[in-house]
Design a protein around this ligand. Structure first.
Ligand SMILES: [Fe+2]
Length: 282
């Protein structure tokens, strides 16, 4: 199966949605669920694959997400013809209605946290019904000390719940840069553990003051990330549903938008052809 490829939809890339390489779209829940909206966020645009991305499920919180929020996600997914809903392997708040941390944070990688996360994912999947749910790996600001590492935590969530993996290649690349975690090790462990996969690609910058790679979604995708993407495609061959490029500021010109989605598509086709040839030869 050839993955669908495309962008996280923004007003700035909407004019190029006609590009033949752009076959999948990711829509952002906050934009799609704007209370004053009068029409679906996709308006007249049509894609082979639509995925709804959200930030507030807080799947690693001690308590499951609010049912009202889950139902609102399902409604927006229906409205836009989405087949998938995604969020991060992290938390934004502790108890329901309590203070938020303002960003999705990775949980402490402990058995208690793993158990709560798996229970929450199961609650979410039951409520979502036929909509496929995927969890995304984060770029970390800091790493909690835990009983197990991120790889073990993510693979156990995937294996215990059967949910999909949203592999953010650049997030893992940032963790390698900032914390010395191996992106190859991460990809080689988590992709085989997943039944189905989506991917995120983006570009960030190196912040001299902090000595950190910042996953800012503001730059072109680095060559190292393209290489890792190719490896992940090969490992996940046959179960990668879609690949989305994320760009949130310092937007490129028209050709810039078109070039990156073409490169994502070209590599997906290349890996697909290679695997078809290998299958035919055996
Ligand atoms: Fe991402």
């Amino acid at each position: 199966m050839l993955p669908a490829t495309g962008y996280a939809l923004r007003d700035e890339n909407r004019p190029y949605a006609d590009d033949p390489a752009w076959t999948a779209v990711e829509i952002d829940f906050k934009r799609a669920d704007h209370p004053l909206r009068t029409e679906r966020v996709l308006q007249g645009l049509v894609f082979d694959y639509v995925s709804l991305h959200t930030l507030d499920l807080s799947i690693c919180s001690p308590e499951p997400p609010d049912v009202k929020y889950l139902d609102a996600l399902v409604e927006v997914a229906h409205e836009n013809g989405a087949s998938a809903i995604t969020d991060h392997l992290g938390f934004t708040h502790g108890v329901k209605g309590g203070a938020g941390v303002g960003h999705v944070m990775a949980p402490p990688f402990t058995q208690a946290s793993l158990d709560a996360t798996c229970r929450n994912v199961e609650v979410i999947q039951r409520r979502f019904g036929d909509f496929k749910f995927y969890v995304e790996n984060l770029a970390h600001f800091f790493a909690w000390q835990g009983e197990i590492d991120e790889i073990a935590f993510m693979t156990r969530v995937l294996e215990r719940t059967g949910c999909g993996l949203l592999l953010d290649v650049t997030n893992s690349y940032a963790n390698q840069f900032n914390f010395g975690d191996s992106t190859q090790d991460f990809i080689r462990a988590v992709v085989p553990a997943a039944n189905r996969v989506q991917m995120h690609l983006a570009g960030g910058y190196f912040d001299q003051r902090w000595g950190r790679y910042v996953d800012s979604h503001s730059e072109s995708i680095p060559d190292d990330v393209w290489s890792l993407y190719e490896e992940a495609l090969a490992l996940g061959c046959g179960k990668v549903d879609a690949v989305f490029i994320e760009r949130d500021w310092k937007f490129p010109c028209e050709q810039g938008w078109r070039n990156e989605v073409h490169r994502a598509r070209h590599l997906a086709e290349l890996v697909h052809q290679r695997s078809s040839t290998a299958e035919y030869a055996t």
